[in-house]
Design a binder for this molecule. Structure first.
Ligand code: PLP
Length: 387
């Protein structure tokens, strides 16, 4: 007999848990799961200590601490020139993960269709299924992961409620271009569809590219929910401070679910987040610069090891094309790499609704300290002699 409710029967263990366990068992350098292994910024840790010492230890308001909402609005104005009302347009959540789930639960009815780009971040499909929605997939294909208008347009119909756009995109490292976002904006308006954007990597964009907000495209402000979080930008993924920016009617829908899922995120960390978001813009430039160096290092190491990388435009992930390496699929390759070579990566087939579409790819992360990346590079050289 199973105690599992029907709605969670199909949700297995995540691929991250499986690969991390294998990496630990084989003492592999873990370039699988995307969390930084280096210290969080000192000014941020001090701000968290100070908030706890000042006894900001009780529940935060369910929409978020006012000072944090103001800091989010001010940062968005500074970076993108977008006017956001901190009192009505922002909801602070327990990370972007909760924001995504609350928004989907608050907006999607059973039978509504939700367009997802695949490979997808792994919580999108469960969120849609929990709401009783029907995911429809647009498959991004290597090497440029470009979006074709006709192919995308074919997914829109009278049942479409929402499209989820993740830019910069995990796991491909794609940054949606201005033209692609314009195309999405046109289709949303043509079919009266809402957009949910996941922008947690908004500050990790390389080679002088620009991150564009879908909410800023003509006609999109009143139909877009913009989600971001502190974790990637400030190397504090364990803090789980996220937020949604949206017009009040859309925000209210997400809030209805949020109030009964978490009610609020950690109050002292929300206070520390104010300090984070008020930092000088030099911080963001240094972050991009550091990650670009790490990207270049890992891309070269992969190339040198005979693993053809697809250079990412953003995020801290790089995909590798394994089709010429002679493995049956990505899972077999990642198991081999972890157990025999001592470097763990993620098999991306878990991020496609037809796993075969990702079977010739592997995802590596470079959000690791330089010695760890150097050790991984040295171990990857073993692939040369292993052939
Ligand atoms: C695309 C994407 N969205 C959302 C999240 C989750 O963000 P958070 O840690 O703020 O919940 C991640 C984390 O890896 C991610 O890659």
């Amino acid at each position: 007999m199973t105690y599992l409710a029907n709605r969670v029967q199909g949700f297995g263990t995540t691929i991250f848990a499986e690969m991390t366990a294998l990496a630990v068992a084989h003492d592999a350098v873990n370039l699988g799961q995307g969390f930084p292994d280096f210290a969080a910024p000192t000014f941020l840790k001090e701000a968290a200590h100070a908030a706890i010492a000042a006894d900001l230890n009780q529940y935060a308001p369910s929409y978020g601490r006012p000072a944090l909402k103001q800091a989010i609005a001010a940062k968005v104005k500074r970076h993108y020139g977008l006017e956001v009302d901190p009192n009505h347009d922002i909801l602070v959540t327990h990370g972007a993960t909760e924001a995504l789930c609350a928004a989907v639960l608050g907006l999607v009815n059973p039978g509504d269709e939700v367009i997802l780009f695949e490979p997808f971040y792994d919580s999108y499909v469960p969120d849609v299924l929990l709401a009783g929605g029907v995911p429809r997939f647009y498959t991004l294909r290597q090497p440029d992961w470009a979006v074709d208008r006709a192919e995308l347009a074919a997914l829109f119909n009278h049942k479409t409620k929402l499209i989820v756009v993740n830019t910069p995109h995990n796991p491909t490292g794609k940054v949606f271009t201005h033209d692609e976002l314009g195309m999405i904006a046109d289709l949303c308006q043509e079919h009266d569809v809402l957009a949910l954007t996941d922008e947690v990597y908004e500050h990790i964009v390389f080679d002088g590219r620009k991150h564009h907000l879908l909410a800023q495209f003509p006609g999109m402000a009143h139909r877009t929910l913009t989600i971001s979080s502190l974790g990637k930008t400030f190397s504090v993924t364990g803090w789980k401070i996220g937020w949604i920016m949206a017009p009040p009617d859309l925000l209210a829908a997400a809030f209805r679910a949020h109030q009964f899922m978490t009610f609020c995120g950690a109050a002292p960390l929300q206070e520390a987040a104010v300090t984070a978001l008020s930092t000088h813009d030099d911080y963001y430039m240094a972050l991009t610069h550091d990650y670009q160096q790490k990207r270049d290092f890992l891309v070269k190491a992969l190339q040198d090891a005979g693993l053809p990388p697809i250079t990412p435009a953003g995020t801290y992930f790089v995909m590798v094309d394994i089709s010429d390496l002679g493995f049956s699929d990505d899972v077999a390759f990642c198991r081999y790499l972890t157990t025999e070579i001592g470097v763990a990566a993620i098999p991306p087939s878990a991020f496609f609704h037809h796993p075969a579409d990702g079977a010739q790819l592997a995802r590596f992360t470079f959000c690791k300290s330089q010695p760890v990346l150097a050790e991984a590079a040295a171990r990857l050289q073993r692939l040369r002699s292993a052939k």
